[in-house]
Design a protein around this ligand. Structure first.
Ligand code: NI
Length: 191
């Protein structure tokens, strides 16, 4: 068990395409997963990708609590259990996109409005060898796209359409109540 150091924007590892994991059930992958779980819990994030802890492999983990899904998507809320996804693939259902505030553990203190596909299917394998295949909508789909982008060297500002929405979350706390609430959530759920 260990809390790993999280790479920040500008670190070369965050810009490169990560390599496929050849044996998802290898002991060293299990150890990496354990350490990443500790790291994500310590940072109170929604998701984490291996390159963020300086390991250039195609492995991500994420979770969406019922409360978080409800805040993001209201009646459409879709929670997701804690999931480890190795060598993930994403398939789109249509071109529909949704814009929402996002933040990232590799860019602490910042948030910005990012378009993401609203409805996806993803598949991969976990570190116990189980095949995972799910449809995802809303915030669940957003988190998966954000984490998988890390495997291709993409940080959320590279997806933004309007860079003027990039902001320090501490500034958002001075905004009108509704936006301030979003900022608080962004800080709680960095990914
Ligand atoms: Ni991130």
């Amino acid at each position: 068990m260990a809390i790993l150091k999280i790479a920040r924007m500008g670190h070369p590892l965050l810009k490169q395409v990560a390599e496929a994991v050849s044996d998802p059930r290898a002991p060293e992958i299990g150890m990496l997963v354990e350490d990443m779980i500790d790291t994500l819990a310590d940072a109170a994030g929604a998701g984490l990708a291996a390159p963020q802890v300086h390991v250039p492999l195609r492995l991500v983990m994420f979770h969406v609590s019922a409360a978080r899904a409800q805040r993001e998507d209201g009646e459409e809320a879709e929670a997701c259990p804690f999931t480890v996804l190795i060598n993930p693939e994403i398939e789109l259902f249509g071109e529909g996109m949704t814009e929402s505030l996002e933040s990232c553990l590799s860019m602490p203190g910042l948030a910005g409005t990012v378009p993401r596909y609203s409805h996806i299917r993803y598949r991969g394998i976990d570190h116990l060898g189980a095949l995972i295949e799910r449809e995802a909508r809303g915030f669940h789909a957003r988190v998966v796209q954000h984490e998988c982008d890390h495997l291709d060297g993409i940080l959320y500002p590279m997806r933004m359409r309007d860079l003027s929405t990039l902001t320090f979350t501490s500034e958002l706390s001075l905004a009108p109540p509704e936006e301030a609430e979003e900022a608080e959530e962004a800080e709680e759920d960095d990914s």
